[in-house]
Write a protein that binds this ligand. Structure first.
Ligand code: ITT
Length: 218
């Protein structure tokens, strides 16, 4: 029988990415609907704590037919802003958006592209938490990169139009900004590349892989 993961998320982009990824494992991902106001986003300072709180709040709403329950919390951490917006990324995206992020960093420019990348360094981070029926398993993923000088591309969601991932080595691991990798978006943002390409780099894919490794195969 196909395994089911109920994914609590209000973000259609995240649901699509998780579906795409879990399908290869024969796991069906379904969106978990809960009445408005059921889940209170905690004022926590770590993605791990936010994810744990949401799992605990959502557990009573797991459908009778059973299955696993997953939440995944992500954020964009900008070095020059001491990690802001981090756990507040959703709010920052709703308020200042990608345009505001570019504006916040507009003073961080250099004619040297490498220096510019370093000044505008950031990373996406994701924590996926999954209730497997007995315990909560956690997966963690990071994707380093830099903030683009302007919005680019119309795919993806959230801060994708301003996020340029760092290159990857031949094993798919991220490299420091000065190193040219085996896989590169050549300065393109996540919003300018295919979902497959985003997945090769993405914090979400890494967090979900980390989680999948902890699940029994059947
Ligand atoms: P949930 O209902 O699942 O919590 P959310 O949109 O609030 O959906 P997160 O808290 O995980 O999602 O992420 C916070 C924000 O960080 C999100 O709204 C985006 O603006 C940004 N973000 C997270 N992952 C991203 C990605 O892969 N690409 C672009 N932006 C991303």
């Amino acid at each position: 029988m196909e395994r089911i993961v109920w994914f609590l998320t209000g973000n259609a982009g995240k649901l699509e990415e998780a579906r795409h990824h879990f399908a290869s494992m024969g796991i069906e991902v379904r969106g978990l609907e809960v009445p408005d106001g059921t889940i209170v986003e905690p004022q926590a300072t770590s993605l791990h704590d936010v994810a744990t709180s949401k799992i605990q709040q959502a557990l009573p709403h797991l459908p009778q037919e059973g299955g696993m329950l997953m939440v995944e919390d992500a954020g964009l951490f900008v070095s020059a802003l001491n990690g802001f917006p981090g756990v507040y990324s959703s709010y920052a995206h709703e308020t200042i958006g990608c345009q505001g992020m570019v504006k916040l960093l507009s003073h961080l420019v250099s004619e040297d592209p490498l220096q510019a990348k370093k000044l505008r360094a950031c990373h996406f981070e994701a924590v996926a938490a999954l209730w497997d029926g007995e315990q909560i398993l956690y997966g963690h993923g990071v994707c380093p990169g830099s903030i683009a000088m302007e919005l680019q591309g119309d795919g993806g969601f959230g801060f994708d139009p301003v996020f340029i991932p760092s290159d990857l080595d031949e094993h798919g691991e991220p490299l420091s900004p000065e190193t040219l990798g085996a896989l590169s978006t050549h300065g393109q943002t996540f919003a300018s590349v295919s979902l497959e390409t985003k997945h090769a780099f993405s914090h979400r894919r890494r967090a979900l892989d980390d989680l999948l490794q902890q699940l029994p195969r059947s």
